[in-house]
Ligand binder design. Structure first.
Ligand code: HEM
Length: 501
């Protein structure tokens, strides 16, 4: 009798060993991009990359030019840094690049969610239906009510709202946007006061998860942190459980539509809970931090604040808030705010730093705008990091690190969309939402929410930095590549409801 167990085991070890060795012994083939495996076997450059992706990629670009392949934890990533050459990657007419495969592995690890075959398409069609057009108008109204509830409380403005209050600007913005966004999308119960308390508690737990998130994705957590992440995952699955949906009013059509699809596909309720957690993360992880950067830039640039207040007064009239009432704002006015649009676009240029990843399905050739051709290898990952290669390119955006509130305005006040590099028009002149198949399906809602919040804050409140000379804090270097950046530390500010003139 042959002992099949040990034989099969040995065979498996040999195959895995052979495959690892192949990766380790990898050599650059003709026409492939420069290959930089780093000095540590298998890990390659993983440590430098995870420590500060922005600085690492700057260094690699200086060393190798606009296209290079680096080894990061046994996986090879080809970074393309020339924005004029993004077209073929983002359009991918030959379907040789795949977004879904990598994303599915990530969401399984982070949210415990097993993706189904139609999910990606379903999420985008739900978003086209309910996060744009008429669906968006409804959500904007709901968001205005939720922001009123969160900022003013369930009884409308409180008597002490006209005296100064102090807070951390990052915490204030993240807290307000999170709670209002969560309630608008996931619904209310009959008891709004209780809903507010629950939203506050979820925010506290969300921030714990958020802080661990980058190192969780990179598998760098210590044993206690692993346990903590597991606890948080279970807590979110429970809190967002679909079994509570019956008790809720006004769950957004966006969430209802997606859950109905999952039910029809026979997805178990426990897996739907995990889907909800994933959607909470996608919808609430970036709007708060982006709004923080927007308000901070406005506070540091009085000329921008003044231009915005003038536009707001022109478009919306005098800000009035009657005692005990919620904010009253014509949400359709959000379509007529070119200055605010430019402020938000500039904020996203400076604050949003996503990585776009595509798995190479089969060997193929990448044709650069310069005419050069590079061979891409099946199994590798093509990566774009537009923050460095586009947002910070001084040719496309002169003085790229400066906040210029009117950078995206033409002299006649219309939206500026013409940006150039090497005399050629750059199609992707900012990419805060990603692009192509994986473009953020919530981008229109995100913009409306953040615009509403900024408008309410600048129209109805006096705002000032506790220390007006405080510098804009540096970005937390561990968060490069994960959507909107976060500051290394918070900034204190004061706010009070404006008194009627
Ligand atoms: C400032 C706010 C936001 C920013 C900067 C942002 C950015 C992004 C980016 C860059 C991606 C693509 C990631 C990739 O290529 O892998 C993405 C995906 C996604 N975003 Fe957003 N987002 C924001 C707000 C929102 C909101 C408010 C929602 C929903 C209400 C939302 C829903 C989603 C979803 C569902 C995905 C995954 C789409 C897919 O699977 O293809 N996002 N977001």
């Amino acid at each position: 009798m042959v002992p099949w167990g040990p034989v099969l085991g040995a065979l498996l070890v040999a195959i895995v060993g052979y495959l690892c060795l192949l990766r380790l012994l990898r050599q650059r083939r003709p026409q492939e991009p420069p290959l930089d495996k780093g000095s540590v076997p298998w890990l390659g450059h993983a440590m430098a990359f995870r420590k500060n992706m922005f600085e690492f990629l700057k260094h690699m670009r200086a060393k190798h030019g606009d296209v290079f392949t680096v080894q990061l934890g046994g996986q090879y990533f080809t970074f393309v840094m020339d924005p004029l050459s993004f077209g073929p990657i983002l359009k991918d007419a030959q379907r040789k690049l795949d977004f879904v495969e990598y994303a599915e592995k990530l969401v399984l690890k982070v949210f415990g969610y097993h993706s189904g075959p139609g999910d990606h398409r379903m999420i985008h069609s739900a978003s086209t239906k309910h996060l744009m057009g008429d669906g968006l108008e409804d959500l904007n109204k709901s968001m205005l009510d939720s922001l009123s509830l969160v900022i003013l409380g369930s009884m409308g403005q409180s008597p002490d709202a006209r005296s100064w209050r102090e807070d951390g600007l990052f915490d204030f913005c993240y807290n307000a946007l999170f709670k209002a966004g969560y309630l608008s999308l996931f619904g209310y119960t009959k008891d709004k006061q209780q809903d507010l308390l629950q939203a506050e508690e979820i925010f506290v737990q969300f921030r714990k998860f958020d802080r661990l998130f980058p190192r969780f994705v990179y598998s760098l957590l210590g044993p206690r942190e692993w346990l903590e992440v597991g606890r948080l995952q279970r807590l979110f699955h429970k809190t967002l459980s679909v079994k509570h949906n019956l008790e809720k009013d006004g769950i957004s059509n966006w969430i209802s539509y997606m859950l109905q699809f999952l039910r029809e596909q026979g997805v178990a309720p426990a897996m739907q809970d995990k889907f909800n957690f994933m959607m909470l993360w996608a919808s609430q992880g970036n709007t708060g931090p982006t709004s923080f950067w927007a308000l901070l830039f406005l506070l540091k640039h009085p000329e921008a604040m003044q231009a915005l207040r003038e536009e707001a007064a022109q478009v919306l009239g005098e800000a009035r808030l009657e005692a005990g009432k919620s904010f009253n704002l014509e949400v359709s006015a959000l379509h007529r705010t070119p200055v605010l649009d430019s402020v938000m676009e500039e904020t996203l240029r400076l604050g949003a730093a996503p990585t776009l990843l595509r798995v190479v399905k089969s060997d193929n050739v990448l044709k650069m705008a310069s005419g050069e051709e590079y061979r891409l290898r099946a199994g590798d990952i093509v990566a774009l990091f537009p923050y460095l290669s586009v947002h910070m390119d001084p040719e496309i955006h002169p003085e790229p690190t400066a906040f210029k509130y009117d950078r995206f305005l033409n002299p006649n006040g219309s939206r500026k969309m013409d940006f150039y590099k090497a005399g050629k028009k750059v199609h992707h002149y900012t990419m805060p939402w990603g692009s192509g198949v994986s473009i953020c399906p919530g981008r229109f809602l995100a913009l409306s929410e953040m615009k509403l919040f900024v408008l309410l804050m600048i129209m109805h409140f006096d705002l000032e930095l506790v220390d007006p000379d405080t510098p804009v804090p540096p970005v937390d270097p561990h968060r490069w590549g994960f959507g909107t950046t976060q500051p290394s530390y918070d900034v204190r500010f004061r706010y009070r409801l404006r008194s009627p003139e």
